[in-house]
Design a protein around this ligand. Sequence first.
Ligand code: PLP
Length: 347
Amino acid sequence: MAAILRALGVGPGDEVATQAFTCLAVPEGIRATGATPVYVDTEEQGVNLCPRDLSAKLSQKTKAVIVQHTFGIPAQLSEIRSVLNERGVPFVEDCCHTLASTYVNQVVGTFGIGAFYSFEWGKPIVAGIGGSAVVHDPALRAKVEEHWESCHGPSWKSLLKVNLQYWAFERMYRPSTYWKVRATFQKLSKAGAAEGNYHDPDEESHEFSQRMAGPLVERLRQKLTSLNHVVENSRRIAGLYDEAIDRTRFRRPAVPEGGLPVYARFPLLAADKERLLARAEEARVEVADWYRTPVHPLERREWGAVGLEPGSCPRAEKLSDEIVSLPLSLKVTDEDVRKTLALFESL
Ligand SMILES: *Cc1c(COP(=O)(O)O)cnc(C)c1O
C-alpha cells in the first residue's frame, strides 16, 4: 500500500483518508509515506467506509483514499466513486479480506487505481508474512515495480521464524483449538518469539522496503491454484451459518446493493460481545473479536499516536464493541458448524 501511495506522489503534508474500523497496518502504511491518515466513519448499518462521511472529511490536502472491503463485504463503490471523481481524488482498494467478492458483477480490486492483498495469518490465503499490490495504471505500475526492484527480502532468521510459525499453525490450529492457539501466539508475540501482525505505533518501521520472501511467494503461487476451492468452501459454510443465524437474535452487518461478498470470516453483531466471547471460549467454539477497536489493536489511549481522535468516528467505535466473526476456512468441519450454531441458538 505504501508503495502505491508513494508512486501516486503522496508524501509529507498530504492526507490519506481511510475508514476507522481497520487494523493498525493501514495507518502504519500511510504514515510510512509521511502523510497523515484521516479517519472516515463506517456506514450506518455496515462495516465499510461511509460515502457521506468521506465527502465531509475530504480536504484540499487529500491525495488518496483507501477503500477497504471489510470481511469481504464490498464497499459502496458507486457512491464512493462519484464522491471522488468529482474531486479528482484516486482510491486504492484494500482487498486483504477477499480475492473474489464482486460488486455489480465486477470483482473487487478492479475499481480503484490499484489494490493490495495480504497473505498473513487470518487472511483467506495464508502464505506466512507478505502481500501483493496490483496497479492498473501502466505509468503508476512502472513506478511501483521500480520500487520493488530496490527492495530486498527478509533475513534468513526472520524467514525461518515465519516458516516455523507457519508449520506450527498448520499443525495446531483448528476451530476447536482456536482459543488455545490464540493464547499461545499472544504469549509468544509478547515475548518477541513470534512475528506478530502489529508493531508499536511510535516505533520507526522498516518493513516498507522489504519484499515478500521467495519461498513464501512460491507457497503463495501454489495455494492460489486452489483459490476456487477456498471460495466455494467459504460460500458453502457461510450459507450454513446464514440460514441458522437468521433464526437467532443476532444481526448481521449490511451488504450494499449490488455487492456479493466472498467472506474472509462471517461477521455478526452482538450487543453483549464480551459475554458471547466468554461463552464461546468455554464451549471451545471459534469466535474472533476483531476489530476490537477502530484501529485494531490499539486501545483508546493509543489512538492519538495514529491521529484518531476519540469520538470522531462514533459508529466505528460502536461497531468495534459489537462485532464478532465466525471462521470459514478449509479447516472448518461440519461438526464445527454444528457446535457453533448450537452455541448461538442457546444464547
Ligand atoms: C491484514 C490487513 C492489512 C495488512 O496486511 P499486512 O500484510 O499485515 O500488511 C491491511 N488491511 C486489512 C483490512 C487487513 O486485514
